[in-house]
Write a protein that binds this ligand. Structure first.
Ligand code: NAD
Ligand code: UFG
Length: 339
């Protein structure tokens, strides 16, 4: 098996490469344009696994470069992580997001069709549900109104893949991640947010490390148990492992339909306040914070029903909240030491 990883230098892609190298004998090629990462990530992966990662500098927006890459390698499957992912930025730069996330996907599918590459795992998001009518969110929940061009690019991506899988010999699985957090347990690999982080966990670790004055909790008057928003935080290593199970399911021909989609979450809703408390308690560090106004576009609560992932992928999340906050903190400390 030869697998193309797009966006393999990024957060989830790099953790998936580690798991693939450690538990499969598939050969891998990662492509990235480093718009939100650095090739240094491959050195980190090598340090953890003792294995080299074959990688190429390819931009998915460049159709010819994508085609040439498929021509050079005879891939059996694709795990497609590469995308722009900042929700707020996508509102300001909608065309950049559609060109990158939708245009890039189209180039990839065209090459898959031309070179007969059958399997595709797609990084989707719980954002496709919008504000869900009921909780926990099962895969039967309807696709909701997208709050941003980023969110809509995932809805369109799933639709394009579903339409193409019906027409051509392709088997596609969209994995709808909830909130991936944490870092590799070694502390040597993690998320590298550029600039001021938008997401909660990187903001917390940078604040605890003294790079930011304080965390602002966005709102405490939501109709939740403590007034702060609830999300389904899931360890990035658990997410990574699900890709191996997903790809095996495709290869073994076990998927009932040419296109399917599966939630990846723990099934537990955790509030912002609970994350803050768990971070302080587990790591025994101080974390200055204030309560601020609600962030526009945030929904009060969302968490997954992960029954389908358990049944179809035989996947069970192994890591809990303590592992998430401790690995994130270990990674922050590792980064600061190497400055
Ligand atoms: P990331 O930004 O860390 O990784 C994405 C990688 O893709 C980066 O290395 C970036 O340089 C690369 N890339 C972007 N555009 C490219 C292009 N045109 N050509 C080649 N490479 C390109 O993001 P991540 O958190 O690892 O997310 C991976 C996937 O998971 C994305 O599709 C994202 O939308 C999806 N997702 C992420 C989250 C999350 O919270 N992290 C949640 C749901 C879904
Ligand atoms: N939050 C704060 N303070 C911060 C940052 C976040 O209180 O400084 C809160 C948010 O209000 C939210 C929670 O922490 O309640 C999580 O926020 P994130 O930005 O970390 O994550 P989101 O749930 O908003 O968004 C994530 C991904 C998106 C994806 C979305 C799907 O970042 O890419 O899940 O719901 F689209």
């Amino acid at each position: 098996m030869k697998i193309l990883i797009t966006g393999g230098a990024g957060y989830i892609g790099s953790h998936t490469i580690v798991e693939l190298l450690e538990s499969t004998d598939w050969s891998l090629v990662s492509i990235d344009n480093y718009s939100n990462s650095s090739p240094d990530t491959y050195r980190r992966i090598e340090e953890i696994t003792g294995r080299k990662v074959e990688h190429e500098d390819v931009d998915l927006r460049d159709e010819q470069a994508v085609d040439a890459c498929f021509d050079r390698h005879r891939f059996d499957g694709v795990i497609h992580f590469a995308a722009l992912k900042a929700v707020g930025e996508s509102v300001e730069k909608p065309l950049e997001y559609y060109e990158n996330n939708v245009g890039g996907l189209i180039h990839l599918i065209k090459a898959q069709r031309k070179y007969g590459v059958k399997y595709h795992l797609f990084s989707s998001s719980c954002t496709v549900y919008g504000t869900p009518p009921s909780l926990p969110v099962t895969e039967d929940s309807p696709i909701g109104k997208s709050e941003s061009p980023y969110g809509f690019s995932k809805v369109i991506g799933e639709r394009i893949l579903s339409d193409c899988a019906l027409q051509w010999d392709m088997d596609v699985l969209a994995l709808r991640y909830f909130n991936p957090v944490g870092a590799h347990t070694s502390g040597k690999l993690g998320e590298l947010p550029l600039g001021v982080p938008n997401n909660l966990l990187p903001y917390i670790t940078q604040t605890a490390a003294g790079h930011r004055d304080k965390l602002t909790i966005f709102g405490d008057e939501y109709p939740t148990r403590d007034g702060t928003c609830i999300r389904d935080y899931i360890h990035v290593t658990d997410i990574a492992k699900a890709h191996i199970m997903g790809m095996r399911r495709l290869i073994d021909g076990l998927q009932e339909h040419s296109f399917d989609f599966i939630n990846l979450g723990t099934g537990n809703g955790v509030s912002v306040q609970e994350i803050v408390d768990a971070f302080k308690e587990t790591n025994q560090v101080d974390l200055p914070y204030i309560i601020g106004p609600a962030r526009p576009g945030d929904i009060a609560a969302i968490y997954a029903d992960n029954g389908k992932a358990r049944e179809k992928l035989m996947w069970t999340p192994q890591l809990g909240l303590d592992d998430m906050v401790s690995s994130a903190w270990k990674w922050q400390c590792h980064l600061d030491q190497s400055l």
